[in-house]
Design a protein around this ligand. Structure first.
Ligand code: GAL
Length: 665
């Protein structure tokens, strides 16, 4: 679980991936000097340096690492030291070609890029353990090393391999999960299309099939692939714990919904000592700062509300989109400080110095190709100064005030083929509801479906379930208890439908949510692309909806709005069920933008949450703890805004600026 970096050894973390192996020695001196100028406190070192450190099997070159770690240490810069196991050297693959992953279609991927790993390869595991041991033996008690960085972004670019070694490991994993073949046949529903298995050896990974492959086989394979990679992380972590006691071990996550979705970060967070995350803005026409805030809130949530660290983001443009705009002046600081406001113990980047060669030479960095005479460099130096002045934040935490359920397992299940509509997109629903809450200046704490037992309605008056297709039976009682104790629950369509084996819950839809919502869903009736329907409320408002409609049959709930046209005309579209001290709302279609916001406002009124009165795109987030209360006001607009502080005074936040107000003690 998440533990803080040692206070006495690290202020707020500021720095980036540092790849000195790409540069001649004379550059290192300049690097360290400029790092000091920029206020860098820590760098991630050696992430891709296996080939440099072990150029031939069993032959090690420590001199370069000894030198650079020594130089950094002498300059007061700490090291987040990597195990370089994300890119084994060319000599390794030559000797062990079957450690390269195989696609579903049977194509073995080649060396020459990065992250080409079959996580079931015994040869890979042995080599990874060996280099990890060597590095930990050498640097495990080096005073500069404050954090271990295992591997890099497990799951990116490839998590899943379909080779024969994986097939054998999958069978063992299945035996452990299901216990018997009968149980597996039941869980996978193999009676459908005559897929019963009579021997474990008959089971293969879900390789390319003539048409849709058994969905539970696919879902279990996703879980298996996640577990294989996690086991490899744990193996390295345990070596580091043994040889470098007291130094926290992490691996950089990518929790952003637009980035890596093949990892169940709830499970991984339980294995790391400190949750760290990488976040990159995706230029898709949407408000990037909202996606950033969601990612930061989600990272804090997987860290259990404890400390976490932004290990990578970009000073300006990235290089892997079709079009990579530069950040605007001030945007980098707003991005960094938004992560910090939402709980990060600092702000780090990929990478320190922009590369001249290789695949990422057009990715921005702290020290750009243009050198120190650039806007980016000036802003990097300024941000280092700002963070240096915020060291007291280390003893504070960010607390959300509304809750939302997030489940990678459910997203995996829902994204399989042959659903009622191929446009169903859980991620889109989660982002849309999040955006509505963000616009109301609410900070969201996310919970796994298994994490809502005993959720306190006083602490979280609102709980949103934007789309939880696969819901364990346990959520029924937990949600009922939350509502009965006074919570306001908002559930949107296609939730509570199947269990963890992708088997439809018994009885009418929505399975485990029927009782809490006080209704049943008799039939789904998704809309065609471009088709719209209208939803009308009893008080005269109308909303335009798309993507989804269904036949809702009230069973205890009241109807607040109905479909007024389309194939489900006359049936409820928005309902509210009073249960004990609270209410449970259900939205049976897709509303977006202002229409969704209007419904969220109704539920917020039920939850007793008053509007903040702040303008849109002004973020206000609070960190508090032993060292005080810090109010971050982040102005994403082009105009100066005024915010009201708890003592009633009005403070000014200039256009595009970030102000941090510390409550007087
Ligand atoms: C990250 C990765 C870095 C670098 C960065 C910029 O996902 O960890 O090594 O590639 O993206 O593209």
């Amino acid at each position: 679980m998440s533990s803080a970096l040692p206070h006495d050894r690290l202020p707020l973390a500021y720095g980036g991936d540092y790849n000195p192996e790409q540069w001649p020695r004379e550059v290192w001196e300049e690097d360290v000097r400029l790092m000091r100028e920029a206020g860098v406190t820590v760098v991630s070192l050696g992430v891709f340096a296996w080939a440099r450190t072990e150029p031939r099997r069993g032959t090690y070159d420590w001199e370069w690492l000894d030198t650079i770690i020594g130089m950094l240490h002498a300059a007061g810069i700490s090291v987040d030291l990597a195990t370089p196991t994300v890119v084994p050297p060319a000599w390794f693959y030559r000797a062990h070609p079957d450690a390269l992953p195989v696609t579903r279609d049977g194509v073995r991927l080649a060396f020459g890029s990065r992250g080409a790993i079959c996580h079931s390869s015994a040869d890979y595991r042995a080599a990874a353990a060996s280099i990890t041991t060597k590095i930990a033996e050498r640097y495990g008690s080096h005073p500069a090393v404050v954090l271990w960085h295992v591997h890099n972004e497990y799951g990116a670019p490839v998590l899943t391999c379909y080779c024969d070694n994986c097939a054998a490991a999958f069978r063992l994993w299945l035996q452990d999960r299901h216990g018997s073949l009968d149980a597996l046949n039941e869980a996978w529903g193999t009676a459908f299309w005559g897929q019963q298995y009579g021997d474990w050896e008959e089971i293969t990974p879900p390789r390319t099939t003539p048409t849709v492959c058994n969905p539970t086989q696919q879902l279990d394979y996703q879980r298996f692939a996640d577990a294989q990679a996690r086991a490899n992380f744990v193996a390295e972590r345990d070596i580091l714990h043994r040889l470098s006691p007291g130094v926290p071990v992490t691996t950089n996550f990518m929790v952003a919904p637009s980035q890596c979705q093949s990892i169940d970060y709830w499970a991984w967070a339980a294995e790391v000592d400190l949750v760290t995350n990488d976040h990159y803005l995706v230029t898709d026409g949407r408000r990037t700062h909202v996606n950033l805030a969601l990612t930061a809130d989600l990272t804090r949530s997987v860290a259990g509300g404890g400390p976490w660290l932004l290990l990578e983001h970009a000073t300006s443009g990235v290089n892997w989109q079709p079009y990579n705009p530069a950040k605007l002046p001030g945007e980098m600081a707003r991005n960094s400080l938004s992560h910090v406001a939402r709980g990060s113990e600092g702000a780090m980047f990929f990478q320190w110095r922009q590369s001249r060669s290789g695949a990422e030479k057009f990715h921005s960095s702290m020290l750009p190709h243009g050198g120190t005479g650039t806007r980016v460099w000036n802003e990097v130096v300024e941000l280092g100064r700002t963070l240096g002045e915020l060291a007291d934040l280390r003893a504070t935490r960010t607390h959300g005030n509304v809750a939302m359920i997030w489940s990678w397992e459910s997203m995996w299940a829902q994204s399989l083929e042959w659903r009622p509509s191929e446009d169903l997109d859980a991620r889109e629903r989660l982002e849309s509801f999040y955006e509505a809450l963000y616009d109301r200046h609410l900070t969201v704490d996310f919970f796994a479906p298994s994490g809502i037992g005993g959720l306190d309605p006083e602490r979280y008056p609102l709980l949103v379930v934007p789309q939880l297709y696969a819901a364990p039976a346990s959520v029924a009682a937990d949600l009922e208890s939350y509502v009965a104790r006074g919570g306001t629950l908002v559930v949107s369509f296609f939730s509570g439908i199947v269990d963890e084996n992708d088997t439809v819950h018994p009885g009418p839809h929505p399975g485990v949510l029927r009782d809490v919502l006080g209704l049943t869903v008799e039939e789904f009736s998704p809309l065609l692309p471009g088709e719209k329907v209208t939803v009308g409320t009893g008080t005269g408002e109308t909303y335009e909806a798309d993507l989804w409609a269904e036949v809702v049959v009230p069973n205890g709930c009241e109807t607040l709005a109905t479909f007024t046209d389309g194939r489900t005309a006359g049936h409820p579209a928005l309902t509210r069920h009073v249960l004990g001290e609270g209410t449970a709302w259900y939205l049976a279609t897709r509303l977006t933008g202002d229409s969704l916001a209007a419904v969220v406002d109704l539920a917020l009124a039920d939850a007793g949450i008053a509007p903040s009165g702040l303008p849109r795109d002004v973020e206000l987030v609070v960190r508090e703890g032993e060292s005080g209360t810090f109010r971050f006001a982040i102005n994403h607009t082009d105009a100066e805004v005024k915010v009201t502080l708890p003592d009633g005074s009005r403070a000014c936040v200039p256009a595009g600026a970030v102000e941090v107000f510390r409550d007087p003690r």
